[in-house]
Design a protein around this ligand. Structure first.
Ligand code: M6R
Length: 620
């Protein structure tokens, strides 16, 4: 939520900041703004709406300078408006900041600052931070400290941070110390790119691509000063820190749309390759098992696991549900899937040998991070199944498994889901082979996984058929999504995709559970999407489908190839290749992603930037 960029170097800052903001716009697109140090002033340009609008503004009112900060906003405190856009200044104009996060005690701080005579322009929590830093700075100057001494700025900033409660990633400029940019974080991500006599600041690595691959990841309570003399990092408790420069992997580079109209479509079509990447180097054919490099758990520890907790939010939680079926069926380990937002506050009793996996595409989701920290605090081994290399969750977990799906930019998660399911299947194979699974069963599992990228490519051939179905149902205002066993989480995921990008009300249910309430919704205008490929529960799902037909509800079926029976029952059939039941989510989820995409297009919705949403939810 909210994207931050910064630059200190020798190039025109505004061009770099705008380019960086365009790449971070998936984090929020309510408003955008930049501040650039121009001689002894800090020039601010900001406005409601997308980065494109800010670019137009800067064409008319350019700013010169080679140090600056920028922000793209997902509004939390204060409506989306010009005045609430970042950057925000303190009253004197000495301090200008951008902020990602939420200041929980902003109300109290605001009252105190107002009583000391500070006037507020906006209704944001961020302006309170700018005013607080400014107030601390004024006090230091009044006590005789020099405004142009960087140590004064350090002290003003640290004094203000000591009073903040909540989460923040900040970029801070001090007018009287114009050669430097300060940045600090607590609970919100920040990365510093290290170039040749230049530094880049960003909420994630995407704005750095093309400029540098060398990065420094800041930890909570680190504050960094970036200037022509280099980078200096101080930790709140540990003083000056020497932080290693790391190199970003190649996979972080492919973020251009090229010929694709939307990131979501691009990412749907990348799934054969992203699933192939998740499998690469992880199948051991000789032992018919899976191998992982980064679990950081010895064999004895893995063998002792008696319970698994998978914690996540949104789509990643749906992948976790598939994981529950996989782990219980193949590894025979009791598994629970917990909403991270609930687990973090529930004092769930966990056994000593419980292993906790946080599943997350971004590695920055605030609730997932908090749940992981809570479980670590209680002494449990915590591992991450994560896509974003170097993200906070990836760094804080004891170990983990990367998805290697490449950047996912579309707000609606697609390829991350199938990669998460692939990694969870690998995990079930690995843990299963350590326990009860026979060599022969392991071999069949491995062979099935190896075939998946090809079968996903084949599945994508359903796109034309999906487009025709979408045209028939795009005007409906309610949808039901129904599936059983491995396809129940797929039904939930299909409904979420439709909701978030087309704003149609959709509900996912276990198909049999539908009789216990949701069937009351069924009428001729409410399609039911049945995820019903061949498998152990096929006959049962057919009975559920008949129940809907008997009540006049239209049925769209996601079915196996040449399934004549479904052909006669359903109004529409979208067929997918036949695959072993436990891997069906890897194919059945794809027509549902495409259906949501096509319906959203027909309804004129912004597929990659759906209203009210942001790609990574770094607030509670
Ligand atoms: O980055 P994460 O996987 O932790 O994100 C979790 C959810 O916010 C995310 O999956 C969200 O539900 C997606 N927009 C769904 O498409």
């Amino acid at each position: 939520m909210c994207g931050i960029v910064g630059y200190v170097g020798h190039r025109p800052a505004s061009d770099l900041l705008l380019e960086g903001l365009s790449r971070l716009e998936y984090r929020g697109y309510d408003s955008a703004g930049i501040a650039v140090v121009d001689d002894s002033e800090i020039e601010v340009r900001k406005r409601l709406g997308r980065v494109a609008g800010l670019i137009e503004m800067l064409e008319l009112q350019p700013v010169a300078g080679s140090i600056g900060i920028g922000h793209t906003r997902w509004a939390t405190h204060g409506e989306a408006s010009d005045i609430n856009s970042h950057p925000h200044r303190d009253e004197t104009g000495r301090v200008v900041i951008v902020h990602n996060g939420v200041i929980e005690n902003y109300d109290r701080l605001k009252s105190e600052l107002a009583m000391s005579g500070r006037g507020f322009r906006s209704t944001t929590d961020t302006e309170v931070v700018a005013q607080l830093i400014g107030w601390k700075l004024d006090q230091l100057i009044e006590s005789g400290r020099a405004a142009d001494d960087p140590e004064t700025c350090w002290d003003a900033l640290q004094a203000a941070l000591g009073e903040l409660k909540g989460t923040y990633g900040l970029g801070v400029l001090f007018r009287d110390c114009p050669g430097h940019l300060w940045t600090t974080r607590c609970g919100s991500p920040l990365v510093v790119g290290v170039g040749d006599q230049e530094f880049f600041l960003a909420s994630d690595t995407s704005p750095l691509i093309g400029y540098t691959r060398d990065v420094v990841y800041l930890d909570d309570h680190d504050t960094a000063r970036l200037g022509s003399d280099g980078i200096e990092v101080r930790h709140r408790d540990a003083g000056i820190r020497d932080i290693p420069v790391q190199t970003i992997q190649d996979e972080a580079v492919d973020i251009e749309l090229v010929d694709c109209p939307h990131y979501m479509l691009k990412e749907i079509y990348e799934q054969p390759e992203s699933v192939r990447s998740a499998l690469r180097g992880r199948l051991n054919l000789d032992d018919a098992t899976a191998v992982f490099g980064g679990l950081n758990a010895d064999l004895a520890e893995v063998r002792r696991i008696d319970r698994i907790v998978l914690t996540a939010c949104g789509t990643s939680w749906h992948a976790g549900l598939v994981g529950e079926y996989l782990l219980e069926e193949f590894a025979r380990i009791p598994t629970e899937v917990e909403y991270a937002s609930e687990l973090r506050y529930r004092n769930a009793p966990l056994t000593d040998n419980t292993m906790v996996f946080a599943i997350t595409q971004s590695g920055e989701t605030a609730d997932t991070l908090a749940a992981l920290r809570e479980c670590r605090r209680k002494g449990h081994k915590t591992l991450a199944i994560c896509n974003t290399v170097g993200s906070t969750i990836a760094r804080e977990a004891d170990g983990g498994i990367y998805l290697h799906a490449g950047p996912e930019i579309g707000v609606a998660s697609t390829k991350a889901f199938t990669s998460q399911v692939t990694v969870l299947a690998l995990l079930a194979l690995y843990l299963g082979r350590m326990r009860h699974m026979s060599f022969r069963a392991g071999q069949s599992f491995v062979e099935a996984l190896q075939g998946m990228p090809e079968l996903i490519s084949e599945t994508l051939e359903c796109h034309d058929r999906v487009r025709r179905v979408a045209m028939r149902y795009a005007d409906c205002e309610n949808f039901l999504y129904l599936g059983r066993q491995y396809n129940f989480p797929v039904a939930l995921e299909g409904a979420l995709k439709l909701k978030e990008i087309s704003y149609i009300h959709a509900e996912g249910y276990p198909a049999a559970e539908m009789k216990h309430g949701p069937i009351a919704l069924v009428d001729r205008q409410t399609p039911s999407v049945f995820v019903t490929p061949r498998g152990g529960v096929y006959e049962k799902v057919i009975s559920n489908l008949e129940e809907i037909k008997a009540r006049g509800g239209p049925v769209i079926a996601i079915a196996g190839r040449d399934d004549d029976r479904i052909g006669q029952l359903a109004d529409e059939v979208i067929s997918v290749p036949d695959v072993p039941e436990f891997l069906q989510p890897l194919v059945t989820s794809i027509p549902l992603q495409l259906l949501a995409y096509e319906i959203a297009l027909l309804r004129g919705c912004n597929v990659d930037r759906p209203r009210n949403l942001a790609k990574s939810v770094t607030v509670e």
